[in-house]
Ligand binder design. Sequence first.
Ligand code: URA
Length: 183
Amino acid sequence: MKDTLKKVAEEVGACRRCGLSKTRTKAVPGEGPAHARIMLIGQAPGKEEDTAGRPFVGKAGRFLDQLLRKSGLDRERLFITSSVKCYPPRNRKPHAKELKRCRPFLDRQLDIIKPRIIVLMGDTAFHSFFPKENLKKYRGKWMVKDQRLFLPTYHPAAGMRFPNLKKEMQQDFRKLAIYAKKK
Ligand code: URA
């Protein structure tokens, strides 16, 4: 049977594959259209996302919205998700085991959407696809792997705290918008 984003979201909501399922309020599968050309991937839901069940609705999300607006990108047309779909207590980094257990959901979302561009925001998302590379070296540069096109950048939570990173993130999102309009 054909896999769908709805089916993935339902399975994420009922998932018990790792310990995060015991402490989460709501799982956060991600949101956006099935035909999105751009997919944004973060690290893991934060406290506000855990309450809302929606990705990037907290402080980092508002900063992300600002970046998107300034580059002329419409949030409604993107698919936004994270490497791990449940809130890690006290906002800690997800453990390797949690990332591994959650990964099939992300892979299925990628297979369904087949985005033209995948934006990896921060170390966790970047290392999910390029485990041996250094984000600093590749941020803002197009990367191709397994016939997929990636644009690595910083995580919005870092961009909103450090003015130099904010500037680089703005450049990256402008680059993304220019390319997306051509394609
Ligand atoms: N950070 C993430 O990586 N994902 C969210 O949904 C929110 C904050």
